[in-house]
Design a binder for this molecule. Structure first.
Ligand code: SF4
Length: 347
């Protein structure tokens, strides 16, 4: 890698232009960890209020570990990628049970914790303890690939080592926390994916992509996501002001959240072939949809059907009757929450 003062220039840029964010004002590893988990696959503007809510409700790792998974998922509701919340909660318990509620103080020790990977361990080790550990996220890949002209495929796990080494070589001694924050912020604000601000960039005199006009080519990302289409039909069964709902327990999207009886099929017709014995005889009516809901690897197309019963009746084992008050406290997938708010009950 070129030996130049790239790292120092990024740090100088950061000091002048960075956004003031609460997790940058702290060296508390718990809060840093919380912000990193929330900000994975989430924009700062969307993640900010969730960070504030979590810090207010669970000010330290012990209070998070003491909460139930249901409470944690409820607070997380709307942020998506719910496995993040489940893993975060599980890791909080491990930190309390096995480490006396204290975060380990080094990259290697953090990495040994279940639920903390390379990226998060580097972030906590450098931001909280100023350890010389390089943080490599999407922003960092982009900045390094463009500046140094690295053509390795960023979606290949093997290339991570190359980028980590490039970041480590650029990091000014003793400034791990500042440099890591700086390069991530630089990718988020200056060297952005589309139309990077090259003309006013403090490192444009030595940037490979700028001089070779390769900003649109770098970073290289070869892997294509396989998108799965899923037509989902929800059956909303109501009786005496209650609604039948179930917890999603399978290894699938939204595990641990609550939704309605559902069938995945292109068409359900009059539902006669799709109902278990306990629900036989129901004549559901289409209430609304189909609505598109987009996840990273999946395109959901969701329709809502309603069946109103005169009396409460025995339900299949997976379903239970809930009052609107109880439903309010259940963690629910975003589309279900929107449906309940817009079409059914005011929660
Ligand atoms: S000159 Fe352009 S491509 Fe190079 S680092 Fe600066 S913003 Fe990124």
């Amino acid at each position: 890698m070129r030996a130049d003062n790239f790292g120092h220039k990024l740090v100088a840029w950061y000091k002048q232009y960075h956004r003031k964010l609460p997790w940058r004002e702290t060296r508390d590893p718990y809060r840093i960890w919380l912000s990193e988990i929330i900000l994975q696959q989430t924009r700062v503007a969307q993640g900010y209020p969730y960070y504030e809510k979590f810090v207010a409700q669970y000010p330290d790792v012990r209070s998070l570990a003491a909460a139930s998974e249901k409470e944690v998922l409820h607070l997380w509701q709307g942020l998506g990628y719910y496995s993040r919340a489940r893993n975060m909660h599980a890791t909080a318990k491990i930190i309390c049970d096995e480490h006396g509620g204290r975060f380990p103080g080094s990259y290697q020790e953090l990495l040994r914790l279940k639920g903390i990977g390379d990226y998060t361990a580097s972030a906590i080790a450098s931001f909280a303890f100023n350890e010389q550990a390089s943080v490599v996220d999407g922003n960092v890949f982009r900045v390094l690939a463009r500046y140094y002209g690295i053509y390795e495929d960023i979606s290949s796990p093997a290339s991570r080592k190359i980028f980590r080494e490039a970041a480590a070589a650029a990091m000014p001694a003793g400034q791990a926390a500042l440099f890591n924050q700086a390069i991530m912020e630089f990718g988020a604000l200056q060297c952005v994916p589309v139309s990077p601000k090259c003309e006013v960039c403090p490192v444009n005199d030595s940037c490979y992509a700028y001089h070779h006009k390769k900003q649109n080519v770098l970073p290289v990302k070869i892997k294509k996501l396989k998108i799965k289409q899923r037509p989902i039909h929800y059956l909303v069964i109501t009786a005496k002001g209650r609604i039948a709902m179930k917890e999603r327990k399978d290894k699938d999207i939204w595990r641990g959240l609550y939704d309605f009886y559902s069938v995945e099929a292109e068409s359900v017709g009059d539902w006669s072939g799709f109902l278990p014995e306990e629900l036989s005889g129901l004549r559901p009516e289409l209430s609304s949809g189909p609505f598109k809901h987009i996840l990273t690897h999946q395109r959901l197309s969701i329709s809502y059907w309603v069946s109103e019963l005169p009396e409460l009746r025995k339900l299949p084992e997976e379903l239970q009757w809930y009052t609107p008050e109880q439903i309010k406290d259940l963690p629910k997938p975003l589309p279900v929450n929107i449906y309940l708010k817009d079409f059914f009950v005011t929660l």
